[in-house]
Write a protein that binds this ligand. Sequence first.
Ligand SMILES: NC(=O)c1ccc[n+]([C@@H]2O[C@H](COP(=O)([O-])OP(=O)(O)OC[C@H]3O[C@@H](n4cnc5c(N)ncnc54)[C@H](OP(=O)(O)O)[C@@H]3O)[C@@H](O)[C@H]2O)c1
Length: 185
Amino acid sequence: MAEKKVRQSRVRKYWPQYKWSNIAAMLKNNRIPPKLCDLDFNGKLVVITGATSGIGYKTARRYAEGGADLIVINRNREKSRALCEEIQRDFKVRCDEIIADLSQLDDMHRAADQLAALERPIDVLIHNAGVYLKKRSVTRDGLETTFAVHFLSSFIINWKLLDKLKRENRARIIFVGSEGYRFAV
Ligand SMILES: NC(=O)c1ccc[n+]([C@@H]2O[C@H](COP(=O)([O-])OP(=O)(O)OC[C@H]3O[C@@H](n4cnc5c(N)ncnc54)[C@H](OP(=O)(O)O)[C@@H]3O)[C@@H](O)[C@H]2O)c1
């Protein structure tokens, strides 16, 4: 009950902050067919976190369709294997996996170290893995889960890749974000 009240007051606070012109633009844009990127990604290396479903899955397929090789960072070994098999079968590109639970500090560091040790340059790094939790949850490291998955894992991976990406001077880093944090209790 108390939580519901807090949530309602957050929504009330959030409402006036919203840029209603963005909503109008979004409704208008939704009626326009999306612009499709027809760039050639042959020979590029794209790293995507959380590629087993949703936005990450579609993004992985789209880059692979354009010829990019992928490294996907997923937490579920079976889903990850199935994804890479599908990508390799459909697009004949490389799909390598790093199995890591990005809510766990040791996995974040291990995934980052593996990427940092790659000899091949990274062209695109997409931080997409995310969760939508309605109740507070804490990881075994004692961190709030959304913070760990969405922010800390991206930070640790970027931090450990900083030297490599600067040296290579070609990568783009993309964060898939949300306005949802405003509703957090
Ligand atoms: N969909 C929306 O309307 C929306 C709106 C705003 C922002 N976003 C953001 O967009 C991103 C993708 O959302 P989505 O809707 O595509 O979600 P989704 O379908 O639930 O996909 C989330 C992906 O992240 C992975 N993941 C979750 N926790 C993980 C962890 N601890 N370690 C490693 N991987 C983990 C999931 O793996 P499993 O398959 O193993 O679960 C899955 O591959 C998220 O960051 C989300 O916050 C989405």
